[in-house]
Design a protein around this ligand. Structure first.
Ligand SMILES: NC(=O)c1ccc[n+]([C@@H]2O[C@H](COP(=O)([O-])OP(=O)(O)OC[C@H]3O[C@@H](n4cnc5c(N)ncnc54)[C@H](OP(=O)(O)O)[C@@H]3O)[C@@H](O)[C@H]2O)c1
Length: 252
């Protein structure tokens, strides 16, 4: 069986960086499946990946028909999935009732429903040793006024990943939830559609390469959570110690 890596959200930012680093670091992986909607971006990325076969899957993961296409491809190819990265996701800043119905529900459809579907459909093709990496966020650590639905979707990803990591322990499959603070990507082009990020958050923006390097290392060591940087590790500790009701008025 062909050893492969599957990466969603590969057309930009963190997913793209995962594709590049996995292609360089994992010698045993023969083929990489890149998933996103923008085919031209995936074609450009393909040119930067050397020594592996690259399969481009132009899929809208919020479309059930496209999810079924992915399922059929797995059935036809019957690969051994060594790494699955679920990086497709987005957030839109703004008060819940000022975002549209589609914007609010769309975050749940992609960040939660599609991630769960891809993981469920891929798992039968995974066995020891293999890694699942889910992009959560530091926003998962506590509720975020003005980013309420996004933070809630990432709390779901964090909770789901940690529980699944335990369930799959005996099968030798790890699940790592990656929880970065702000990362320098196109994420903010969509996030700031209606409102700007709070300016203090820009001080913490980091490079995607660092986040991905740490995530791959943490997944290799079967860690359930990966947090890059002292400031986000501090936030994680503080938010587990200080009651959220005390912290949240400062976030408002
Ligand atoms: N950047 C940050 O500050 C930050 C911080 C914490 C967590 N995260 C999380 O990290 C993940 C990656 O974000 P990023 O920063 O790399 O953002 P990004 O550069 O905007 O990338 C998002 C990716 O998701 C894909 N995508 C969006 N809608 C899709 C759909 N319907 N079907 C398939 N693919 C879709 C996009 O591809 P197409 O548009 O081509 O479909 C793109 O490849 C997200 O889950 C995000 O929530 C980001």
């Amino acid at each position: 069986m062909k050893k492969i890596a599957v990466i969603t959200g590969a057309s930009s930012g963190i997913g793209r960086e995962f594709a590049l680093q996995i292609s360089r670091k994992y010698k045993s992986i023969e083929e990489i499946w890149l998933i996103a909607r923008r085919t031209d971006r995936l074609e450009e990325l393909k040119k930067e990946i050397h020594g592996k076969t690259v399969r481009i899957l132009s899929l809208d993961l919020t479309d059930e028909g496209d999810i079924q296409l992915y399922k059929s491809l797995l059935e036809r190819q019957n690969p051994a999935v060594r790494i699955l990265v679920n990086a497709a996701g987005y957030g839109i800043i703004g008060h819940f009732n000022r975002l549209s119905y589609e914007e609010n529900l769309g975050m749940i459809d992609l960040n939660c429903k599609a991630l769960t579907a891809i993981t469920y459909l891929t798992l039968p093709y995974m066995s020891h040793p293999s890694n699942i990496i889910h992009m959560a966020s530091a926003a998962a650590f506590l509720p975020q006024p003005s980013f309420a639905v996004y933070a809630a979707t990432k709390s779901m990803v964090l909770s789901f990943s940690r529980a699944l990591n335990q369930e799959l322990f005996d099968e030798g499959i790890s699940v790592t939830a990656v929880c970065p603070g702000p990362v320098e990507t196109e994420f903010f082009d969509i996030a700031e559609k209606h409102c700007k990020t709070k300016s203090y958050k820009n001080l913490f923006r980091v490079d995607a390469a660092h986040v991905v390097r740490k995530a791959l290392l943490d997944a290799f060591y079967y860690k359930d959570v990966s947090v890059y940087g002292a400031s986000m590790n501090a936030l994680r500790t503080v938010s587990s110690v200080i009651p959220h009701s005390v912290m949240m008025p400062f976030l408002r």
